[in-house]
Design a protein around this ligand. Structure first.
Ligand SMILES: [Zn+2]
Length: 260
């Protein structure tokens, strides 16, 4: 048996628990014998994760559900195998559930032809569709479901007291989950999600990648203003909402203004 190293009462992060990097952050939330996982990661690490949970003395039959923060390959590729091994259910946003059921590779970043990335995405059914306002109960614990679109249209976050399992919304260095048109990213929605996180009374952010950190309003403000700029920059292609230079160009064409 291994000694449990909770980061907060009733919360273990499995990379930190293992003492080495396994993959995306995997949160085990538990009350007495009942537990859930928030994300599972890649298929090839599922067995290691389940063995770790067994060594932490959690009954494998008491996994209430596997929760997906969204459908990306690095978070959800292992869902099908883990669900089968644990004989449990999957909980995800309806839009993530569609991608997971179809084994979609494009919107989940499993297939990036131009970069020669070709990963499997084993299809898996979602038993519990979860969305804004729903509550996931784990023993006596309650996790509120927040819909926080931006990185993906199916991105969820989960609030438990002063903790927010914040998915790919924001990391400790102020970076955010990748913004990509093929992925369903939406910059104005992202700004709203980050603003909601900033204005909430949550104290700790537990992201899907990298260290857990205290919510920092100054850092969130910097990130929000960066994304507000992205909305008007050609750099972000069809994810930008406009490009002011095109309006200037049109005016200059109409005026017949020559290069100076
Ligand atoms: Zn991610």
């Amino acid at each position: 048996m291994l000694e449990r190293k909770p980061i907060f009462p009733n919360v273990i992060e499995l990379n930190l628990q293992a003492g080495h990097l396994i993959g995306c952050n995997v949160y085990l939330v538990y009350d007495e014998d009942e537990w859930i996982l928030i994300d599972i990661g890649y298929q090839e690490t599922v067995e290691e994760i389940i063995e770790l949970i067994r060594q932490l003395d959690f009954p494998l039959s008491q996994c209430k559900t596997l929760v997906a923060t969204h459908a990306d390959v690095d978070h959800g590729q292992g869902l099908a195998l883990a669900k089968q091994m644990l004989k449990t259910t999957v909980s995800a946003h309806p839009k993530a559930a569609r991608l997971l059921a179809a084994g979609d590779k494009l919107q989940t970043f499993a297939e990036i032809e131009a970069q020669d990335i070709h990963l499997d995405m084993p299809p898996v059914e979602t038993e519990h569709l979860i969305d804004e306002g729903d509550v996931i109960e784990v023993g006596r614990l309650k996790l509120e479901v927040w819909a926080t679109p931006g990185h993906a249209d199916s991105q969820l976050a989960f609030r438990m007291g002063n903790l927010l399992f914040s998915g790919d919304n924001i990391y400790r260095d102020g970076c955010v989950g990748a913004i990509d048109a093929h992925h369903g990213s939406n910059i104005p929605a992202f700004v709203k999600s980050l603003t909601r996180i900033r204005d909430s009374d949550v104290e700790w952010l537990l992201p899907s990648h990298g260290p857990i950190f205290r919510k920092d309003v100054g850092m969130l403000n910097e990130t929000i203003s960066r994304l507000e700029k992205y909305q008007h920059m050609a750099d972000f292609g069809t994810c930008a909402v406009d490009w002011p230079l095109m309006d200037e160009w049109e005016d200059e064409i109409v005026e017949g203004k020559m290069p100076e």
